[in-house]
Design a protein. Structure first.
Length: 429
């Protein structure tokens, strides 16, 4: 790791609009703003949101001892493996890509997928749960997803209403081409995916709609939003061209997981041990509850799904009780603390034990009573690139005849989400 001189076209290009936004945010966060600023950064994919966040964090750390950072982009997480919503306290400069600075957040929930399109309600519940940990003592920077088309824009409006930011940084290549300006008026009057604007809320006053009220975080009022909108026009090469990124998102996901698994290695300088040489923890079936997040799995096949998988090590408030020594299966996905991650290296059906590799310290493992399995997969290199393995590797094959009907990777056809009725209401009147 070091510093390399780059050519101007490969360096960080800061546009004039970015300089103006950064200067105003620094002034607001350093005492020239009444209250504690909450900055929400939004915009389409590949417009430099992550770069802007890192730059802003580093500038603020020149003036403040700590900055809070809330990750709402489950597909491109900054301080955790993918698939998480988290709240982190940042005390050191952020100088590299995400896999170089993985850290334990103050609060984290494992959503289990890199996209929330199939379950936006649970996504909002997770965001609300994590945001409740923010104490409003230091400035907060909130990163959001690049999904700003169709239902993605409506979901972003829901997020703004839920989180009540003081400043919104909206990034776009062309003037409001990808999305409309998220002014206080626009957020106030527009319908979200699960919330209503001011115009829609009048229906309830007339008794035409039977909906529940949105539960705001404690201490938040239901007045109209009064945030300051800052527009940033990125000018780096390839801005907004999602298909022209230097590193594919799948590679970044794998690198973040590998960076996390690096904590399994001894801090002493020496040879890196392959995972099959590390001693796993043995966890009884009836000591933890189990839930597959993204799909329904028959109980008879659940162990096939769990074996050789990436799991979130979570803590649910309810005590796990089981009359037998068999696995405890949850019927619903809980919104709960995630203390870290692990690999289920094996399942011992005779002794009723999970064999789990994890860097989570033992004092935290004692709190784990739930394993959550999502769509996040172990990187291929972990399965096929380890030294010292003889014979065939389970679950892995390269000798496959793709001419056979039905062979190959299963392709799922995306279905456009239907507009749901409003289960919540934001009534600003």
């Amino acid at each position: 790791v070091g510093i390399v001189k780059c050519s101007p076209e490969n360096g960080l290009l800061v546009s004039e609009s970015m300089c103006v936004a950064l200067e105003e945010l620094i002034q607001a966060c350093c005492g020239e703003y009444e209250g504690i600023p909450v900055v929400l950064v939004c915009g389409p994919k590949s417009t430099g949101k992550s770069t802007f966040n890192r730059y802003l964090i580093n500038l603020l750390l020149n003036h403040l001892p700590v900055v809070e950072y809330m990750e709402c982009d489950i597909g491109q997480t900054e301080f955790t493996p993918p698939g998480c919503v988290s709240l982190s306290s940042v005390t050191e400069p952020v100088l590299g890509p995400p896999f170089t600075h993985q850290q334990t957040p103050r609060k984290m929930v494992y959503y289990g997928q890199t996209s929330c399109e199939q379950d936006t309600e649970r996504y909002l519940d997770v965001v609300k749960y994590v945001f409740s940990c923010y104490k409003k003592e230091v400035p907060l920077i909130i990163n959001t997803m690049g999904w700003v088309k169709g239902d993605g824009l409506l979901l972003l409006i829901d997020l703004i209403r839920l989180l009540s930011p003081s400043h919104i940084v909206q990034m776009d290549i062309h003037d409001w081409e990808a999305m409309p300006p998220l002014t206080p008026e626009h957020v106030h009057f527009s319908a979200g995916l699960h919330t209503k604007g001011k115009q829609q809320s009048k229906c309830k006053q007339l008794g035409l709609v039977d909906v529940e009220s949105w539960n705001y975080p404690e201490g938040e009022d239901m007045s109209a939003p009064q945030h300051k909108l800052l527009y940033v026009n990125p000018e780096f090469p390839g801005a907004g061209a999602a298909g022209e990124v230097r590193v594919h998102s799948g590679i970044l996901h794998d690198m973040s997981i590998l960076g996390y698994l690096g904590h399994l290695q001894s801090p002493d300088i020496g040879a890196v041990l392959p995972l099959h040489c590390l001693v796993p923890y043995q966890v009884p079936f009836n000591a933890v509850a189990l839930r597959v997040i993204h799909t329904d799995v028959a109980p008879s096949n659940i162990m096939y799904a769990v074996n050789a998988s990436w799991v979130g090590l979570c803590c649910i408030p309810e005590e796990v009780r089981c009359q037998t020594d068999g696995p405890v299966l949850l019927t619903q996905t809980p919104v709960c603390n995630c203390l870290g991650f692990g690999i289920v290296r094996g399942v011992d059906m005779e002794k009723k034990l999970y064999h789990i590799l994890t860097p989570v310290p033992p004092e935290n493992l004692r709190l784990v009573n739930c394993l959550l399995l999502g769509t996040i997969a172990i990187p291929n290199c972990v399965l096929v690139g380890q030294q010292g393995i003889e014979g065939e590797i389970p679950y892995v094959t390269s000798d496959y005849n793709y001419s056979i009907v039905g062979s190959g990777k299963l392709r799922k056809k995306k279905q456009h989400l239907k507009r749901r009725p409003f289960p919540y209401e934001c009534d600003y009147t």
